[in-house]
Design a protein around this ligand. Sequence first.
Ligand code: FAD
Length: 502
Amino acid sequence: MGIQVLIVGAGPSGLALALFLKKQGINLRIVDKNSGPGTASRAIIIHARTLEFYRQIGLADEIVRKGIKVDCANLYKDGNVIISLKLGDIGADLSPYPFLLSFPQDDHEQYLTQQLAALGVHVEWDTELVKVKNTDEGVDASLKTVNGIEICQCRYLCGCDGAHSIVRQQLGIDFPGGTYDEKFYVADVDVVQKETKQGVNLCFDNNNFCVLMPVRQSGTHRLIGIMLPDGNSFDDVKMSSEAHLNVKMRTVNWFSIYRVHHRVANSFRVKSAFLLGDAGHIHSPTGGQGMNTGIGDAVNLAWKLAAVLHKKASEKLLDTYELERIKFARKLVKTTDRLFQFMTGKSFFNQFCRRFLFVPLFSVVTRFQRVRQVAFYTVSQIGLNYRHKKFLICEKSVQEGDRLPWVTFKDGDNFLSLQNLNWQLHIYGLAQDQLYDISTSRGFVLNVFPWNEQAQKRGLKKDTLYLIRPDGYVAFISRDQDIKNLDFYLNKEGIKTFIAKA
Ligand SMILES: Cc1cc2nc3c(=O)[nH]c(=O)nc-3n(C[C@H](O)[C@H](O)[C@H](O)COP(=O)(O)OP(=O)(O)OC[C@H]3O[C@@H](n4cnc5c(N)ncnc54)[C@H](O)[C@@H]3O)c2cc1C
C-alpha cells in the first residue's frame, strides 16, 4: 500500500486534517485542483472551540494575534443604533478564548498551508481527483495533473472537496436537502464610518436584513445580505445598506452572489473513504458555523485515523466518526434553517417575529449575563458533546462524551495539559497510588489538579477519574478511580493502548 492517507481538497477542513494527522506522525498527501490557496475571505468567524483545538497543536495564539476580536453587536433601525450588545469576552470563565474572532478564510488557509509546509507537507496544487476505487482494504485514487493521470494508492481517502464533492459522488452517497429561494450577496468593502470598526452591525426590516462586520486588520469590512430578486451587482445593494447602517462604503474588494443550500450527506463513510466539511454538510452561513464544523470533523477523524494506523485501536473506532459528526451536522442544519427562516422568511409569522420579537429578544441577551453565556456556549461550539446516553435535563455534572470543561488555577489552567494529542487521565483532587503506578507502567500521562470551586461549578466531581480523548472530550468516568473498569472500557472500545506523544 502506498501512503496512509490521501486528503482531497486544501480548504480549511483538508488543511486542518493534514495538520492534525501530520502532528501524529501519519504519512499523507494533500491535493487540490486549484492552482493555489483561495483568495476570497468567505468564512470569517473562528469560534472558541476551533481555537481550543488549534491550541492543542500550538497555533491558537498566533491566529488570535492575526485576527480581530469582535467586541460588540449593534442593532440598527433606520440608520440609528437602537441596541448595542457588548460581546468582548462574552464567554469569560467558559473558554481560554471567550470571544468571536474575525479572521478571513483566505488568510486562514494561507496560514495553515504555511504551517503544514513547515512540517514538510506541501499541498499538491493543480491535482484533481477524478475517480475513486474504494475497498475495505484501501483506495485507488485517480489524480489528474498536467502530466496525465496518476493512480495514488492509499489506506484511507478523506474527501474534503467541498459542496460539489467528487468523492461523495464517486462513493454514491446522496446529499439530500434543498436550496433556499433567496440569493445571498457578500462583499468585502472599505467603510468610512470609524465607530463601526470592531463590531457586528445588524439591520432588519420587514423584507430584508444585512450585516456588516470587520474582516481584516487593514480595515476591510464584510457586508452580507439578501439580494433583491432583480438585483445582480453591488450597486443594487450599496445605497440601501448605507442608509440602513449609516455608513459610507468606498472600495469594493470582492463581491459575490450565491444561493444557500441546506444538505447533509446520507453517510460520512464508505469502506476506506470519509467525507468531511462542506462535502458532508452545507447550510446557511447564519452563526458562522460552516468552516468551524469542517475543522471539528477534521479533529474528530484525525486522532481516530492516527490511532488505527498506529495499531493503537481497532478499526471499529472509525465507525464513531460518522456516529458523532453526522448527528451534529443534522442538528446544525435544522438550527441554522430555523434561524434563516426567522431572518428572511416572508410568512406573516416570520415578519411578525422580526418586527415585534427580535428587538425584545436582543435586549434580553444584552441585559442578562447568563443568557449571553448560554448564547456563547451554543454558538462557539464549546457546548457540543458526544453523549451516547440520555440524561435528565437537570443533569449538570460532566458526563462521558462532554468536552472537558475549562478550569483555571493559580498557576495556569487544565487545558495546558491538552497541548498535545495524547490520551490522558485527569483527577481533580487526590489520585490513588495505583493510578501513579499504572500511568508509569503503561506510559500514559496522569494529570492531577487541585480541587477548587471552579472545578465544582463546571460540573467536575472531586477525586473522580476522567479519561480524556486526544480531542479533549471525556471518554470514561470512574467515581472511585476503578482501573478494572477503565480497562474494561478500553477493551470494549477496541483501544489497545494509549497514543505515544507525537
Ligand atoms: C461566498 C461564500 C461565503 C461564505 N461565508 C461564510 C461565512 O460567513 N461563515 C461560514 O462559516 N462559512 C461561510 N462560507 C462557507 C465556508 O466557506 C465553507 O464552510 C468552508 O469553506 C468549508 O471548507 P471545506 O474545506 O470543507 O471546503 P472548501 O473550502 O470548499 O474546500 C474544498 C477544496 O477542495 C478542492 N476540490 C474540489 N474538488 C476537488 C477535486 N476533485 N480534486 C481536488 N481538489 C478538489 C477545491 O478546490 C477547494 O479548495 C461561505 C462560502 C461562500 C462560497
